[in-house]
Each structure stands twice: as structure tokens, then as C-alpha cells.
Design a protein. Structure first.
Length: 410
């Protein structure tokens, strides 16, 4: 702990990444072993019509065979982890500033797919939520913030990335919406970096707390706070705003606008496909063990089936169960100017607009067949980007021109 009572953040080395990767490899080996054992037992037990006569002897043999494999795997894993742990203190901290953009991308993808598992198992690869600048973490303390932002102004812009992405990916094809808005409108951009594999509401709660720290420690009085969110980042931002309202947090009163880029407010078809894939495999007992593969996807991914943003959207429910959208409505926050942009790979004359490759147009615009779930974006606060993919929203000149127009006239 520091003199201020805040915990000291442990600086990480590349050895920590190696330890995390080795643990993940061992866990994967154990998982494959479980899968093969289940399939072996199912096939070798004999047909159901004969009462599966070989089930008991097969299970006894498998217990010895696969048990020995698991034992050896655990011993090897413990040995590697212990050896790497001894090396870790000998190396200086890398903290994330020395990680290349390519390494950041790879880590972001792993967290997007397995992030909840990484956190639950204490794996060093789990990304801790933090505010960042130029790819490096920011200490949320007035003096440190002033050193990082010597020209910190009263207009604060927080950018929230999407699933399987990192804060560095706001810079795409030579363009960064945050840097451009800093130049054109005088905003100071700060970038959130987080584990997208966690539940949206879990990240929302952490984001709300971090925003409170940021605004309270900001070197200048904050007159105008804007959140710019891409994809899943929009769900996390809506969740954080709701938490801040419930807890009466300071930053919520400073929030003037939220802008969503390709946010799946009502879900994304790709997650629903994964859910159907799992259901189909479970039909036969011979393919049922393979249905476990469908359960690899993280809580963050399953939250995007319908666009879950509240704890009650997932607590007490089987997140892998197939079912209708039964979410409790969460309207857009009052007294905040909310804007949304949907991308479509179609063109203006298309009879039915396809999505951007990940998010449908209606979902991004907040439209839903149930009136109570429809988000009330004013018509002038909606815009459709034609002939554009999901990631193009991060670098499109047309998208930036729209952001600029909205913020100039807000």
C-alpha cells in the first residue's frame, strides 16, 4: 500500500507472460484429455440398445489411463511455472509500455475468448483494467496525471475499445479519433484498456470506479466529459453509466455525451451461431462431448448474444442456454446526448441492409421488435456508414466527420 492508501500496482515482466502462456497450455492439455476421455467412454461403452454393457470396465480403465496423463501434465506444468517464477525477480519490469502492438493484439484476443477463465485461475495473461496513454498505463493521481498531460484541459474524452481489441487499435491506418478530436476540438483523450472476456456488467462496475478516480484526480476542473465507445465498449459504457447513477458518482454529473460505434445494443449473430452449434452437437451422445468446445467462449462473448449490460441479465441463468431475449430494459441515460453509428457492407440503394460483418444495423441503432427494449436515439443522432466493415468505423474519414459535426454542435 502507498501512503495514500492505494494499492501498489505490481509491475510485470515478460516472464509473467511466459508463465501465463505455459499455464494456459497445461490447462488446454487437461481440457483435451477430458474431451478424449469422454468420447472414449461414450464409444467404448457399447450401444444404448444393449444397455451399454462395457460402460463400467471402460470407466475403470480410463480412470487409470487418463488419470496418469493428468498427473504427469500437472507435474510438468508445476515444474515450468516454478522455474519461471524463480527467473521473474531477476528481470526488470516491462509493464505494458514495452509490449509491441502485435503482442497487445494477441493478448487482447486471448482475453476476449478466455478472459473470464484467465482471471478465475489467476493467470498472469489476464488483462487488468486500466486507463492508458500511448499504450502505457496511467497512474490516477493528480501529480502523475499532470506529468502525463501537461496541457490537460477541461474537456475530457475517454475511448473504450471493443471485444478482442486493445486501446492501441484506436490507431488504425494512420488515424486515431482521439488524437484527431484533441487537435480539432481541444479534448484530452484517455484510453481504457480492459479484459473483454469478463461479463459486461463486471467491466461496467470496474469502469465506473476507474472513471471516478480519473475525474476526481484530473489536474483541471472537468467541464465536459465525453465517452467514445466501439462495439462491446458501448455496452460496457452503458453499464458503467448505470452503476454511476445508482451510486451517485461524480463523473456521471460531468458526462455530456456518449457516442457508440457499431455497438451490438441488442446482440450479434455470431454469438448466437456459437450457441446453436453447441445445441446441435448436444443432440447425439456421440457428439455431445464435442459440445464442450462451444462452452470455451467467455462471459463477455455470451453477453453479446442479446446485448447484456446488467447483472440481472446473466446472474442465476445458464449463459450457454438457448432462449429468447428476456432482458430487463435499460434506457439511454437521461440528460446525456447519445449518438450512434451503424456500419453496413451494403450500399444506399440496398433493399435490406446487411450488417458490418459482426453487428446488424438495427442492433447498432438500438432498434428492437419489443418497444420497451428499443433505445430512443433521436433521428438526428443516428447515422449509417455504407460500404463499411466493423473495424472501418475506427479509421473512416466519413465517420470522423460525423463525430466532429456532432460534438461541434452539441
Amino acid at each position: 500500500m502507498t501512503l495514500t492508501g492505494k494499492p501498489v500496482r505490481k509491475l510485470r515482466t515478460h516472464i509473467d507472460d511466459l508463465r501465463g502462456a505455459s499455464r494456459l497450455a497445461i490447462d488446454a492439455t487437461q481440457g483435451v484429455c477430458d474431451l478424449v476421455e469422454a468420447m472414449h467412454e461414450t464409444i467404448a461403452s457399447g450401444p444404448d440398445v444393449l444397455g451399454r454393457p462395457l460402460e463400467r470396465p471402460t470407466r475403470a480403465i480410463n480412470a487409470v489411463l487418463y488419470g496418469s496423463i493428468r498427473c504427469v501434465t500437472r507435474l510438468v506444468g508445476a515444474g515450468i511455472d516454478g522455474a519461471l517464477a524463480q527467473l521473474s525477480p531477476l528481470l526488470g519490469p516491462s509493464d505494458r509500455a514495452s509490449r509491441s502492438p502485435q503482442e497487445d493484439v494477441g493478448l487482447a484476443v486471448i482475453n476476449g475468448v478466455l478472459g473470464d477463465y484467465l482471471q478465475e485461475t489467476g493467470n498472469p495473461l489476464a488483462i487488468p483494467m486500466q486507463m492508458r496513454h500511448a499504450g502505457a498505463p496511467i497512474e490516477l493521481e493528480p501529480r502523475a496525471l499532470l506529468e502525463t498531460f501537461p496541457n490537460a484541459g477541461r474537456k475530457l474524452l475517454v475511448l473504450v475499445h471493443g471485444s478482442c481489441l486493445s486501446d492501441r487499435q484506436w490507431h488504425r491506418q494512420g488515424h486515431d479519433h482521439g488524437a484527431a478530436l484533441s487537435w480539432d476540438l481541444g479534448y484530452t483523450p484517455v484510453y481504457l484498456h480492459y479484459n473483454t472476456g469478463l461479463h459486461t456488467s463486471t467491466n461496467g462496475r470496474s469502469f465506473a470506479a476507474l472513471m471516478e478516480e480519473l475525474v476526481s484526480a484530473w489536474p483541471a476542473p472537468v467541464d465536459e466529459l465525453v465517452i467514445l465507445a466501439h462495439s462491446m465498449g458501448g455496452l460496457v459504457s452503458r453499464s458503467a453509466c448505470h452503476i454511476a447513477e445508482e451510486q451517485g458518482q461524480l463523473w456521471r454529473r460531468k458526462l455530456r455525451a456518449m457516442i457508440f460505434l457499431g455497438t451490438p445494443h441488442h446482440g450479434a449473430p455470431l454469438e448466437r451461431f456459437g450457441n446453436w452449434f453447441e445445441q446441435i452437437l448436444g443432440v447425439s451422445r456421440y457428439s455431445a462431448p464435442l459440445a464442450r468446445l462451444g462452452k470455451i467462449r467467455s462471459a463477455g462473448v455470451t453477453d453479446m448474444r442479446h446485448g447484456s449490460v446488467l447483472d440481472e441479465h446473466w446472474q442465476g441463468r445458464d449463459r450457454f442456454a438457448h432462449g429468447a431475449d428476456t432482458r430487463t430494459p435499460l434506457p439511454l441515460p437521461a440528460d446525456v446526448a447519445c449518438y450512434t453509428i451503424a456500419a453496413t457492407q451494403g450500399h444506399e440503394k440496398s433493399r435490406k441492409l446487411p450488417g458490418d460483418g459482426i453487428v446488424p444495423v438495427d442492433s447498432a441503432l438500438g432498434r428492437h421488435k419489443k418497444a420497451e427494449l428499443t433505445l430512443a436515439f433521436p433521428e438526428t443522432h443516428q447515422w449509417i456508414a455504407y460500404r463499411m466493415g466493423h473495424l472501418d468505423l475506427l479509421s473512416s474519414p466519413e465517420v470522423y466527420a460525423t463525430l466532429l459535426r456532432w460534438l461541434e454542435t452539441m
